[in-house]
Design a protein around this ligand. Structure first.
Ligand SMILES: [Zn+2]
Length: 204
């Protein structure tokens, strides 16, 4: 909290309207500490709220922590959740009031051959798998990213097999594009009241 105050003071000195400062809620899985941290950010002039710190050991605990924060944070500010990158977690947390996310997972798993794919079992497929050796399809037929428009699963499989880092780059492009597409479709579904329906298309 002292760090937050010092940051706000410095920020105000140099504010040129091009940056925004988020107050980060800490407190682990403890409702009393989360509440103190929520009230701290709520009562100061932050642009938005970010929920950070430990979100617990499993998904249910994460939803619990996000839930205990949403009661006490500033009601009118955007809410960001740190470190969430799977489709199911995006849907679950959007329903709890989260607006934005950031996570290393889409690019980290890309470096290990994993592609995020809408409607795929467990949300992903591994292009290292021998089943893609002669597969001429793009990673995701419904995706219009650079990698899917220009390259096949078999080519990306080949790149990983020979240790060519272009494979990691192509999958990173695809995964980041997919996360942006997910959020675009989530925004549309919120407007049209079809979020549950959209979740069934993305998560099976
Ligand atoms: Zn793609």
């Amino acid at each position: 909290m002292r760090w937050g105050d010092r940051s706000l003071t410095e920020y105000k000195k140099h504010d040129n309207g091009k940056q925004a400062m988020y107050g980060i809620v800490q407190g682990g899985v403890y409702p009393d500490l989360r509440r103190i941290s929520c009230e701290y950010t709520r009562d100061r002039n932050f642009f938005a709220t970010a929920i950070g710190g430990s979100l617990g050991a499993h998904k249910e605990q994460m939803y619990e922590v996000v839930g205990m924060c949403s009661e006490h944070i500033h009601p009118d500010r955007p809410v960001h959740l740190l470190g969430i990158g799977s489709f199911i977690d995006v849907f679950s947390n959007v329903k709890l009031g989260i607006d934005t996310f950031d996570c290393v997972s889409p690019t980290r798993i890309a470096r290990h051959g994993w592609a995020l794919v809408k409607g795929a079992p467990k949300e992903r497929m591994n292009l290292r798998n021998a089943t893609f050796l002669k597969d001429p399809l793009p990673v995701d037929e419904s995706c219009d990213c650079y990698s899917c428009r220009h390259h096949s699963r078999s080519y990306i499989h080949h790149l990983f097999r020979v240790g060519e880092t272009l494979g990691m780059q192509l999958l990173s492009i695809h995964n980041v594009t997919t996360m942006n597409r997910l959020m675009r479709e989530v925004r549309q579904a919120i407007k049209s009241g079809t979020l549950d329906q959209l979740q069934k298309e993305w998560v099976i």
